[in-house]
Design a binder for this molecule. Structure first.
Ligand code: GLA
Ligand code: ZN
Length: 652
C-alpha cells in the first residue's frame, strides 16, 4: 500500500535530504510524490535540460527504501516561456491571467502545448528505466484557481472548429441554439463568439448573459480542452513506460468532467483538505467527495494530498485535533482509498504556502502530527488486506451529471438553489442512515435505488435507459426540474416533468420559487423551500401535500408504481428531518437496511465488516457489537473523541 508524503527536494538544501529521507523511513513512508512544480529547474532555459537535482534526490530517497511518483511540471510554466511566447489565458474581459502563481497557461495555446510535449518527452525519456519510479502524475490539479475556461483567440478558433465538427452547418447550429432570439444568428463558424463579457452583464452581478446553448457548449469544450491536453501527456508517457499514470483531482470540483478526464488514467488520485483557512467541511461532504472520486472510474483511488496540518495561504485554518489526521485517513479508506500521501513533508520556509503546514513544522522537528501519522501507518499495515483491492457494496447511487452542473449554473431556476448542494442533501440523508451510497453514473442495474435529483438536461437515450431500470424493479428518485431540457440546453415542449412525466405518473400544474418556507404534511412532514412543484397526480400516489400558500392541499411528493419498480417524485427542496423521513420511506420500499448512529458518527459497511468513525470531539457510544480488527478486542461501542474502529459486525 502506498503510504507517503508530497515532497519538494528543491525547497531544501541537498545536505538536508538524507536526514529528511531517514525521518520519512522512520515514519513508515514508502513513497514520495515530487517534481510537479520544478519545470524551471528541469529546463533552465528553452531547450536546456538538466535532471541532475531530481536524480540525486531520487537516489537519496531510494537508499531509505522510498519510491517515487513523479509529476510532470506543466502546471507552473517558467518565466522564459512566458517572456518568449504569449501562453497566458485570457479572462472573460480579455485580460491576460498574470504570471506569478501557477496554472496561467491555456490548454489550446500551441506554444504551451508544444513546450509541454517537449518537457514531458524529455522527462519520460530520462526516467523510463529508473526502477525507483512507480507511477507518474500528470500536471497538478487541472482547473484549480478557476483556470478551466479561457477566452483567448486560440480557444475561440478551436471552439469554432469543434462546433463545426459537431453541427456540420451553421444553419443547423443556429436552429439548435435558437439564435433567432435577439438576432444572434451566425453567418459562419468564424463568427462564433466565446461567452465572455457582453452588454447584458449588469448590476445583477453574476447574471448569465449569453445564449444557453452557447454557454453549455463552451463549458463542454473547455472541459474537453483539458482532457485533450492531459491525453497528449498520457500518450507521450505511454510511449516510454508501462507505469501507471494518474492526475490529482479535486473531489467536488466540477468545471471539468472528471469521468472524461479519468477515462485514460490508470487510477484516480485526489487532494483532500477537510479543514482549511476557508473553513471546515461537514464529514458527509468529505465522504461524498471520496465517493465522487471512486465513482469516476468505479474503482479504488489514492489520496495524493491528504491534509497533514493546519492549512491556509495567509491565515491559518483550525489545527487538526489529536486523532483527526488518523480519522481523516480512515474516512478516505472507508470510501475506497487504497493509498495515501500526506501533503507535505516539511512546511515551506518561503513561497505562497508558508502556512500550509505539513507533517513536520518549519523546523523539521517531529511532533504530534508526525507521530500520529506514523502510528496510523503501522495500524494500516496490519489491516492492509482489507484495504487494497477491497470493495464496498453500494445500495444506492446518486447520479452526478456534469452537463447538469453546468446547465444549472447557467440557469439557476431559483435564488438559493444549487444543483450540487441539492445532490449533497441526498448524500447526507443517506449517510446519516449509514447506507453505502455511490456517486457516479451509468450502470443503474447495480443499485436498489437511483437518485437523479434535478436531472434537467437529459438525452432521449438516457431517459429510455432509466425507464428500463425502473420497469426491471429499480427505485428511481426524481426531483423538481428533472427531464425538462434537451442536450442543447433548450426547454422541451412538454408538460413538466418532461421526459419523466409518464413514469412519474404526474403532471406539474404550476410551480413556485417561494421566498419563505412552506409547510408540508403527510407521510413526510416538515418544510419545503427553494422550489415547489404543484403536482397533479395521474397514476401516482400522494406521499405529502403542501400545507401553506395558495397551493395548500396540493401534492408535493408522490410515488408511482411502474413495472416491478417505483418512481418517487419530490417536487420541493426539503429540510433535514423531512429528508430523513423521505429516504426512510424509500429504503423501506427498496428493502435497504438502515443503521441510525449517534450524530457525527459514520458507519461504512465493507462486507461483514464496518468502519466506524467518530467525527465528534467528544466520546460517543455506538449501538454496534463485534470484534475490533484494529485491536483484536471486542468492540464495546464506546468511542473516544475522533476515534476510529474497524469491526467485524454482529448486529445488536
Ligand atoms: C493543492 C495543490 C498543492 C498545494 C495544496 C495546498 O491541493 O495541489 O500544490 O497547493 O493545494 O494549497
Ligand atoms: Zn485560451
Amino acid at each position: 500500500m502506498i503510504f507517503g508524503v508530497d515532497y519538494y527536494p528543491e525547497h531544501w538544501d541537498g545536505s538536508e535530504w538524507k536526514k529528511q529521507a531517514a525521518l520519512m523511513r522512520e515514519a513508515g513512508f514508502n513513497t514520495v510524490r515530487m517534481g510537479e512544480f520544478a519545470w524551471k529547474l528541469f529546463e533552465k532555459n528553452e531547450g536546456e535540460f538538466d535532471f541532475s537535482f531530481m536524480d540525486e534526490a531520487i537516489e537519496v530517497l531510494s537508499a531509505e527504501g522510498i519510491k517515487v511518483i513523479l509529476g510532470t511540471p506543466t502546471a507552473a510554466p517558467p518565466k522564459w516561456l512566458v517572456n518568449k511566447y504569449d501562453i497566458l489565458m485570457r479572462d472573460k474581459y480579455g485580460r491576460p491571467r498574470g504570471w506569478g502563481s501557477r496554472r496561467e497557461a491555456c490548454a489550446n495555446n500551441p506554444h504551451y502545448t508544444e513546450k509541454s510535449k517537449i518537457i514531458v518527452s524529455k522527462m519520460a525519456e530520462h526516467y523510463k528505466d529508473n526502477p525507483n519510479i512507480i507511477a507518474w502524475q500528470i500536471d497538478n490539479e487541472f482547473g484549480c484557481h478557476n483556470s478551466t475556461r479561457c477566452y483567448c483567440d486560440h480557444c475561440r478558433n478551436a471552439f469554432s472548429t469543434w462546433l463545426e465538427e459537431k453541427y456540420k452547418t451553421v444553419e443547423n447550429l443556429n436552429e439548435k441554439w435558437g439564435t433567432v432570439f435577439w438576432s444572434l444568428q451566425y453567418d459562419s463558424f468564424d463568427d462564433i463568439i466565446l461567452p465572455g463579457y457582453n452588454s447584458c452583464e449588469g448590476d445583477w452581478g453574476n447574471a448569465q448573459s449569453h445564449n444557453p446553448g452557447l454557454d453549455l457548449e463552451y463549458r463542454r469544450f473547455a472541459s474537453e480542452s483539458w482532457v485533450n491536453y492531459q491525453n497528449m501527456q498520457i500518450d507521450i508517457l505511454k510511449n516510454y513506460t508501462d507505469l501507471p499514470v494518474t492526475h490529482n483531482l479535486m473531489g467536488h470540483f466540477s468545471d471539468i468532467d472528471y469521468r472524461k478526464l479519468s477515462k485514460n488514467l490508470d487510477f484516480v488520485s485526489w487532494d483532500n483538505y477537510p479543514e482549511t483557512q476557508w473553513g471546515g467541511s461537514e464529514y458527509e461532504y468529505v465522504s461524498m467527495a471520496h465517493e465522487i472520486m471512486r465513482g469516476v472510474k468505479n474503482k479504488n483511488f489514492v489520496v495524493m494530498e491528504e491534509q497533514a496540518g493546519p492549512a491556509g495561504w495567509d491565515v491559518l485554518g483550525k489545527t487538526p485535533r489529536p486523532g483527526q489526521l488518523r480519522l481523516w485517513t480512515y474516512q478516505a479508506i472507508a470510501h475506497g482509498c487504497e493509498g495515501i500521501v500526506y501533503f507535505r513533508f516539511r512546511t515551506a520556509l518561503f513561497g505562497m504556502e508558508q502556512y500550509w503546514y505539513g507533517v513536520l513544522d518549519h523546523d523539521g522537528v517531529p511532533r504530534r502530527r508526525y507521530y500520529e501519522i506514523k502510528k496510523t501507518g503501522e495500524e494500516l499495515r496490519g489491516i492492509e488486506k482489507y484495504i487494497v483491492n477491497a470493495e464496498n457494496k453500494y445500495d444506492a447511487l446518486i447520479v452526478k451529471s456534469y452537463d447538469n452542473v453546468w446547465g444549472h449554473d447557467i440557469k439557476r431556476h431559483s435564488a438559493g438553489y444549487n444543483y450540487e448542494n441539492h445532490l449533497y442533501s441526498f448524500y447526507k440523508a443517506n449517510a446519516r442512515l449509514n447506507v453505502n451510497t455511490a456517486v457516479s453514473d451509468g450502470d443503474y442495474g447495480k443499485y436498489k435505488v437511483v437518485y437523479m435529483p434535478a436531472y434537467n438536461i437529459i438525452s432521449d437515450d438516457e431517459a429510455e435507459k432509466i425507464k428500463d431500470y425502473v420497469r426491471g424493479g429499480g427505485v428511481l428518485v426524481l426531483t423538481f426540474r428533472s427531464g425538462t431540457r434537451d442536450m442543447f440546453n433548450n426547454v422541451r415542449p412538454l408538460s413538466v416533468p418532461g421526459v419523466f412525466a409518464d413514469i412519474a405518473g404526474i403532471e406539474v400544474d404550476e410551480f413556485d420559487a417561494p421566498k419563505r418556507e412552506v409547510a408540508i404534511k403527510g407521510e413526510i412532514t416538515g418544510t419545503a423551500s427553494i422550489w415547489c412543484d404543484i403536482i397533479k397526480p395521474h397514476t401516482a400516489e400522494i406521499i405529502s401535500r403542501y400545507d401553506g400558500e395558495y397551493y395548500k392541499g396540493r401534492a408535493a411528493v408522490t410515488v408511482n408504481g411502474l413495472g416491478k419498480g417505483k418512481v418517487y417524485y419530490v417536487g420541493c427542496g426539503l429540510d433535514d428531518p423531512a429528508m430523513e423521513a423521505l429516504v426512510r420511506n424509500i429504503f423501506a420500499a427498496a428493502d435497504i437496511p438502515v443503521i441510525k448512529s449517534p450524530g457525527g458518527v459514520e458507519i461504512v459497511k465493507r462486507g461483514k465488516n464496518a468502519f466506524v468513525l467518530n467525527h465528534n470531539e467528544y466520546e460517543v457510544s455506538v449501538p454496534l457489537t463485534g470484534k475490533s480488527l484494529l485491536s483484536g478486542q471486542s468492540f464495546g461501542g464506546n468511542m473516544e473523541p475522533f476515534g476510529v474502529d474497524f469491526i467485524e459486525l454482529s448486529f445488536k
